[in-house]
Ligand binder design. Structure first.
Ligand code: HEM
Length: 616
């Protein structure tokens, strides 16, 4: 499942990027986006439909799912009657169905599509795939265990006794529909609330991002399931959002089976009981004096231990609690981990707080949610990662380049450098084309099939190799400027300065004096390099470029964080930050260093400062 969800999230990243670019304050409406994401994931994981409502906002599945949820907000009287008079449920269902003759009911459209898929999957044995529908098709039960729902059928066929039976098509259709709607609406609304809280609480967003970056540093394309388990603060953020917004509280009703007394309150048999989750999850007895505050640290293990187990139950409780809990949590974690690596979220100018909520099947923001999505300089989408890999791996080839024979191209004028920036755009396009071509081929190969092949290691490997080859080609066949440009891009966490064309680091608050000196030396080297390129001193320039590139980028690994940031992010996230920084300062002070050049001679410092990987 994780690779399938990964695919959808990669598409989401592109849509966020494009959507934010198109708006003046980079704001995007995320509720609708997340609905499209969760719809795509659930359709892929549940019924094997290769679907992309993220790419196609007019998608019919999306339209009808939205229609179902909207109906639940427009006809609350019918749902209320259902709750008040549950024994008359067959009447309410008939009323609901009859309304179809007045107004088209989107549930029927979805039911028909599910039926088509299931009939087709049952008839065509070659369409097997590891999804939920397949499990239902394969399932076998004791006929007796279905007495309740199949009473008529089992009675009339009593001679069969304990024979096994499979699920009927109609049973599978109704389960599939339930999973589709439950999976589509709840997770997307939860994501919306989480992004709202993150944009309102920048310190939480920052801490969470640091944790994510420390476990999944730049260069990681796919997120492995095991890595997600290491993200504990991410868990706290999700749990706290589900505490503050128990959006599915309206579906936690139970019917009393035996009359009983609870704390003196008599509950007769057959009575419908509804847990008021909003009261429970804001109760100061469990959550302290300020339950309205968004504080993920409420879920620290020691605090959790002392709390009543039923004080938090956004997924319901007991044997009939949410059947999609694990899937929902997996998806929430993957989306947050990937999106926060690439974007910084802030409240949009048009946002009004508190959110205007509306009740339907779930409790959701009535007007969606607008947030501003700012792409981070270090954004590392799958494509970016491939680009960077190709840039970095090509370094082994640059050593072999005959720099001297490229004098002509090194004698570049200022306008050449500008052209080079444009050319780098075309390289980007080449790489984009590589990637898009690969996706298009994958899609067209599945065009007439409902089957979605999982991306194999091989296919990922192929596209990587293609990008690397492309990068090497650029360096060898074209000019060295393009090589330089690629090396520049290899240094992530930097901003490009158009005027000089060289990377300049963001100022860092936690940088030791020696590291500062190193930065200064770096920037001096860059200026010298640029000056020599501009003044066409070809012989010197060739040597300078070659030395500069080798010393600066030659040994960097694709998955490594830039040295300064690695140390900074690790240290800032670590609660031992002060101790770490102090001990490092002490080590630095005790070293006999005269210049930053000496630093590289000191193995201890190299080990501590320069070669540490964030994942180390
Ligand atoms: C953050 C996301 C989600 C929340 C907050 C949520 C919440 C709930 C709640 C409160 C219930 C009622 C439980 C009870 O009565 O005790 C429920 C039931 C259910 N949920 Fe979820 N859910 C989420 C995601 C999902 C997903 C992604 C799926 C499917 C893929 C799903 C499928 C179901 C199903 C099938 C039931 C009915 C279980 C039964 O009656 O036995 N849910 N959910």
């Amino acid at each position: 499942m994780a690779p399938t969800v990964n695919d959808s999230i990669n598409e989401l990243l592109d849509v966020i990027r494009d959507g934010a670019k198109a708006s003046s304050d980079r704001s995007i409406e995320v509720l609708n986006l997340f609905r499209r994401l969760t719809l795509d994931s659930i359709l892929r994981c549940e019924v094997g439909l290769d679907h992309s409502s993220l790419r196609n906002p007019d998608d019919l599945f999306l339209k009808h799912c939205k229609g179902v949820i909207e109906d639940t907000t427009k006809m609350p009287w019918l749902y209320l009657l259902g709750f008040l008079f549950p024994t008359l449920h067959s009447v309410w269902i008939t009323v609901y169905r009859s309304l179809h003759y007045i107004k088209f009911n989107p549930v029927y459209w979805l039911e028909d599509r599910m039926r088509e898929v299931i009939v087709m999957r049952r008839e065509n044995k070659e369409t097997r795939r590891p999804d939920l529908v397949q499990q239902m098709l394969d399932a076998r039960f004791q006929a007796d265990s279905f007495k309740d729902i199949e009473e008529e059928r089992v009675k009339s066929d009593s001679s069969r006794g304990n024979t096994l039976r499979s699920m009927t098509n109609e049973e599978i259709v109704s389960h599939a529909l339930l999973f589709l709607l439950a999976g589509y609406e709840t997770t997307s609304t939860t994501l919306t609330y989480i992004f709202h809280e993150l944009s309102q609480n920048p310190h939480v967003q920052q801490t969470l991002r640091r944790e994510i970056m420390s476990v999944l540093p730049r260069g990681y394309c796919e997120i492995a399931y095991d890595d997600l388990k290491k993200l504990t603060y991410l868990d706290y953020v999700i749990w706290e959002a589900l505490r503050k917004y128990p959006l599915a509280s309206s579906v936690t009703a139970r019917q009393c089976v035996h009359a009983c007394n609870i704390h003196g309150l008599h509950i007769p048999e057959g009575m419908l009981i509804h847990a008021n989750l909003w009261d429970v999850q804001y109760d100061p007895r469990h959550w302290g004096d300020n339950p309205h505050e968004f504080d993920p640290l409420r879920f620290l293990p020691e605090t959790r231990k002392t709390r009543h187990p039923a004080a938090w139950m956004p997924f319901g409780a007991g044997p009939r609690s949410c059947a999609g809990l694990r899937f929902a949590l997996l998806q929430l974690k993957m989306v947050l981990a990937k999106v926060l690596r690439d974007f910084d979220f802030q409240p949009s100018k048009t946002l009004t707080v508190p959110l205007n909520l509306v009740e339907g099947a779930t409790i959701m923001p009535a007007d969606g949610l607008n947030v501003s999505a700012l792409r981070r300089a270090s954004a590392m989408s799958e494509l970016g990662c491939l680009r960077r890999m190709s840039s970095v791996l090509s370094m082994s080839d640059i050593a072999g380049l005959n720099v001297g024979s490229r004098r002509a191209s090194l004698a570049a004028t200022e306008s050449d450098i500008d052209n080079e920036s444009n050319a780098s755009g075309s390289e980007d396009m080449d790489m984009d084309a590589n990637w898009k071509g690969y996706l298009a081929r994958r899609r067209s190969s599945r065009k007439n099939s409902i089957l979605d092949d999982e991306p194999t290691q091989e296919s990922i490997h192929d596209i990587r190799r293609a990008s690397i080859t492309k990068g090497i080609e650029m360096l060898q066949v074209k000019s060295i400027h393009k090589g330089i440009n690629m090396m520049r891009r290899a240094s992530c966490g930097t901003v490009l300065e158009k005027s000089t064309g060289f990377a300049k680091r963001q100022p860092s608050s936690v940088v030791s004096p020696v590291l500062r000196q190193k930065e200064k030396d770096d920037s001096d080297a860059k200026e010298k390099l640029h000056a020599s390129i501009s003044s066409s001193q070809t012989e010197d320039t060739a040597a300078t470029v070659s030395n500069y590139l080798r010393s600066k980028y030659g040994k960097r690994r694709a998955s490594a964080l830039p040295d300064l940031e690695s140390v900074k992010e690790f240290a800032e996230f670590n609660p031992m930050q002060d101790l770490v920084m102090k001990s490092r300062e002490q080590i630095l002070a005790s070293l006999p260093l005269k210049s930053s050049g000496d630093a590289s001679k000191c193995p201890e410092m190299c080990a501590r400062l320069y070669k540490r990987r964030a994942s180390g």
